[in-house]
Write a new protein. Structure first.
Length: 303
């Protein structure tokens, strides 16, 4: 199989409606015009982690945008302690701005979203979610501890729901880099993760909760939700809970075992490693181009 051309990325700035400017990269298609893809990162993961997959997609005909949420990576403010950013800002403001950027720069065609972890939950929070044609989520959930893998739940609870809020309280932000865990996080984001309950909307003011749920339910783009069987965050109950918010969209859920791709483990992050280029990455093209589930034998009930 001949390797397609590898387009180079353009460093871009993405202006949000509230004046915050996000840093990102934009790949213009190297060949053909399959449409555009926005890649939404996981919490505390810099957008550069997804650059190899973005370059792969661009080489197969897509215009691709990667970007850092406010408070992260290229979008980190000078003073992280006083920024006041929250998780919901990433969907309502940042992803909304990403849609606007791609619509202006992408040259038309279908708009798809690849969302990793929280990045698969954010699309429904954007006012312009109706412009999305297709969504691929990978381990998409919003970090409620009750859905962590049972054999890891106690350790993960201690790490993310005890140590993280304590470290955040001491530093005024979550010092993820210093701990070697994640990128640094704004305090608002860290606390939303740490104190998340079973219902996402309860982190919003009470008066806003019906609007948030209605916005999620109003998104009609088909969603293919993929998780690995050994993902300790994106367990089956976790991805089903995410899909329950997208009640107005056609939803398909798939669980992939590591041995499908000749691996002993995949976990929460492994599918974005470039060793998956000739396997998982190539399979995703069928969904992003034609809306065809590449793994029908591994589908489960989405709810």
């Amino acid at each position: 199989m001949n390797r397609p051309s590898d387009p180079e990325a353009q460093r871009v700035d993405i202006a949000c409606a509230d004046g915050v400017v996000l840093g990102g990269h934009f790949w213009r298609s190297g060949e053909g015009q399959a449409g555009s893809v926005i890649i939404n990162p996981a919490t505390g993961v810099a957008a550069r982690y997804y650059h190899r997959y973005a370059r792969f997609l661009a080489g197969h005909g897509f215009n691709v945008l990667t970007y850092d949420y406010r408070g992260i990576g290229l979008s980190r403010p000078a003073d992280l302690r006083s920024c006041g950013y929250r998780w919901r800002d990433w969907g309502e403001r940042d992803f909304e701005a990403a849609i606007g950027f791609v619509r202006a720069e992408g040259g038309g065609g279908p708009l798809s979203v690849v969302g990793h972890s929280i990045g698969g939950f954010l699309p429904g929070l954007a006012r312009s979610a109706g412009l999305i044609d297709r969504v691929l989520t990978i381990g998409a959930q919003y970090a409620w501890w009750g859905h962590y893998a049972s054999h890891r739940r106690a350790a993960l609870f201690a790490k993310w729901h005890v140590v993280m809020p304590l470290a955040t309280a001491l530093c005024g932000y979550f010092p993820g880099k210093r701990l070697g865990w994640l990128e640094d996080l704004p305090a608002g984001v860290a606390y939303e993760w740490s104190f998340r309950g079973p219902r996402f909307e309860r982190s919003h003011p009470k008066a806003d909760r019906p609007r948030v749920c209605a916005a999620m339910a109003a998104m009609t783009a088909p969603v293919l939700a993929v998780t690995a069987s050994d993902d300790e965050f994106g367990t089956v109950p976790a991805i089903r809970r995410t899909l329950s918010y997208y009640s107005g969209a056609p939803r398909t859920a798939v669980v992939l075992r590591p041995d499908l791709y000749g691996r002993k483990a995949i976990g929460h992050f492994g599918l974005f490693h470039d060793s998956h280029e000739q396997g998982f990455w190539t399979d995703t093209l069928r969904w992003l181009r034609q809306g065809e589930n590449p793994w029908p034998r591994h589908a489960i009930a989405p709810h």
